[in-house]
Design a protein around this ligand. Structure first.
Ligand SMILES: [Zn+2]
Ligand SMILES: [Zn+2]
Length: 183
């Protein structure tokens, strides 16, 4: 029973990481600008890979995940003041590796590590076909890059559209900077 409890928790934590990294991806795609003061190393590659989808495959593990590791480490340090919370640490670890799963969605089959190929085949992580929808649909929707399971739900309830509408009411309009980038 304890093992089942832990197993279900890990699945829930993985899906939570998919959601949180999806929120980050949505924020960058919709409101991000190039050469910004904050998170430049994380924001710019995400925006630029819309123009050159193979760009992400040329970057190293630390180049694509470093920014999220820094952010996660700060939260990890704060969490220490509140006692041991393995669930939060696992969430931070999953979030920090979300872009690797994204990278595998763009990589050539032979360049994906064996573990990645197996997980993609079993649909335990996001498949290439699923992520392609984000790139084929003008980068609108399908912002979650870790699994195939949250995007259809968020799309059905028009989650992202509602966020954009809500933020417009307080004067925050989408930038969609990638539209201004050379094709
Ligand atoms: Zn992508
Ligand atoms: Zn995107």
């Amino acid at each position: 029973m304890i093992m089942l409890n832990i197993f279900l928790k890990v699945i829930l934590i993985f899906l939570s990481a998919d959601f949180l990294t999806g929120v980050y991806h949505f924020t960058v795609d919709t409101y991000g600008v190039l050469n910004s003061k904050f998170f430049k190393n994380s924001v710019d590659p995400l925006l630029l890979h819309h123009v050159d989808p193979l760009f992400i495959t040329t970057q190293s593990y630390w180049q694509i995940n470093g920014g999220m590791y820094v952010f996660s480490f700060l939260i990890f340090c704060v969490s220490l003041f509140f006692g041991i919370q393995w669930e939060l640490w696992l969430l931070l670890l999953f979030c920090s590796n979300g872009n690797s799963i994204h990278k595998w969605s763009h990589a050539k089959y032979e360049n994906i590590p064996k573990i990645g190929r197996i997980l993609q085949k079993l649909s335990l992580i996001q498949t290439k076909a699923h992520h392609a929808k984000h790139h084929m649909n003008s980068f609108k929707g399908n912002y979650c890059v870790m699994t195939n399971y949250l995007n259809p739900i968020l799309s059905t309830i028009k989650f992202w559209e509602l966020i954009i509408l809500s933020l417009k009411t307080i004067g925050l309009k989408p930038v969609e900077v990638y539209k201004q980038l050379p094709k």
